[in-house]
Design a protein around this ligand. Structure first.
Ligand SMILES: C[S@@+](CC[C@H](N)C(=O)[O-])C[C@H]1O[C@@H](n2cnc3c(N)ncnc32)[C@H](O)[C@@H]1O
Length: 353
């Protein structure tokens, strides 16, 4: 693009102190703003809002975008009128140059190493270690570059795993980064699913760029074969979504197979583990900043029979219920002696009249 084509914009930023952010947003739009942005003026990230919630920060900054030709003194007058204020809240005016904003963040995307041998390099940049396992990546509009701690945790896990000849399911593939890493690290077949069509597009392009498209099967979650059983399932999605997917993940991992869950804030780790506890036994967690990765192994037996010695009293109907159990408790109840220990679930019986 030539310099003549650059069309600067003006940004008028107001601090939401005396007024609510929504009031400032409405006033800016009424005054002719082409777009309004709300951002955190403090340091209070909102990481996982509850469904339907759109929380704002305690201290919010509201910015209106105007054409460079706009007379900002006129805009300020309009804002005073719309806000019923004799004095305008503290405001700042800054010019904004024309850019391809969807790509601007790429300026901060550099080659990064994960673990011992895995590198992620922005497409078009030369890998610093040509002999390493290099993934060339352009995430497009999808999530997944390795800059986020949850993706980094998964990439480090992949680097440390032996994937030779394994089957892998990348659930919520985003840019395809984990699926491609798995294929490049030796997985023989990888399924990559996402609900977002942009993610499937980006994954397709990136798989071709990394010459692994013949080993990666892209699909929407509903298109996965019902009987698919993989050696490794990776999912980097927020905790609430993971919990809802627990039963499906139990079906798609073969007994003894591995489950890798990320996208989980440390404060949510117990709730996620509990949701998956019926089908998976978990090892120690890995942490990065506020985020964790949970690694589980698919249990072989479920539900696990637990023998109770109580006789069924006459006239009482037994009702089944599930409770956590262990081999030790099962063996103890079956033989009267203590046994080896491993996690499991047991069907137990209670009685009611
Ligand atoms: C945090 S991104 C992870 C992308 C990539 N796997 C990574 O590790 O960087 C989560 C992805 O999961 C997808 N997603 C969210 N809910 C999903 C669901 N229920 N089923 C499948 N994909 C889902 C989103 O569209 C998004 O691409």
């Amino acid at each position: 693009m030539s310099d003549d084509a650059i069309a600067p914009w003006l940004q008028l930023t107001l601090e939401a102190i005396e007024h609510r952010p929504e009031q400032l947003e409405d006033a800016l739009l009424q005054a002719g703003a082409l777009a309004v942005t709300l951002e955190d003026a403090g340091d209070q990230p909102v990481l996982e809002p509850a469904p339907g919630e759109i929380p704002l920060w305690a201290h919010t900054r509201v910015t209106g975008l105007f054409d460079a030709q706009t007379d900002i003194e006129v805009i300020k007058g309009l804002l005073r009128r719309f806000l019923h204020a004799s004095i305008l809240p503290a405001c700042r005016l800054t010019p904004l140059e024309e850019r391809d904003w969807t790509r601007a963040w790429m300026d901060h995307f550099h080659p990064m190493r994960f673990g011992q041998r895995l590198w992620v390099c922005p497409k078009g940049q030369t890998p610093p270690e040509p002999g390493a396992v290099n993934i060339r990546l352009d995430p497009g509009l999808a999530f997944g570059t390795g800059t986020h701690p949850t993706t980094a945790l998964c990439l480090e896990w992949l680097d440390s795993a032996n994937l030779a000849g394994q089957t892998v399911l990348d659930y919520g593939c985003g840019s395809g980064i984990l699926a491609i890493a798995a294929a490049r690290l030796g997985a023989k077949r990888v399924w990559a699913v996402d609900i977002d069509p942009q993610a499937l597009l980006a994954s397709d392009d990136n798989a071709a760029e990394n010459e692994v498209e013949d080993r990666i099967e892209l699909a929407k979650p509903a298109e996965l074969p019902e009987n698919l059983r993989v050696d490794v399932l990776l999912a980097n999605i927020l905790a609430g979504v993971l919990v809802r997917l627990a039963a499906a993940f139990g079906r798609h991992v073969r007994p003894g197979g591995r489950l890798v869950l990320s996208g989980i804030l440390e404060s949510h780790a117990d709730a996620v583990r509990t949701a998956f506890d019926r089908d998976f036994s978990f090892g120690p967690i890995r942490r990065r900043e506020d985020w964790v990765l949970l690694e589980g192994v698919r249990r072989s037996h479920r539900p696990f029979p637990c023998v109770t010695s109580a006789p069924v009293p006459c006239g009482l109907a037994p009702i089944p219920f599930l409770r956590p159990c262990s081999w030790r408790r099962w063996l103890a109840s079956a033989t009267g002696r203590s046994g080896v220990c491993a996690g499991g679930w047991a069907r137990d019986w209670r009685f009611r009249r």
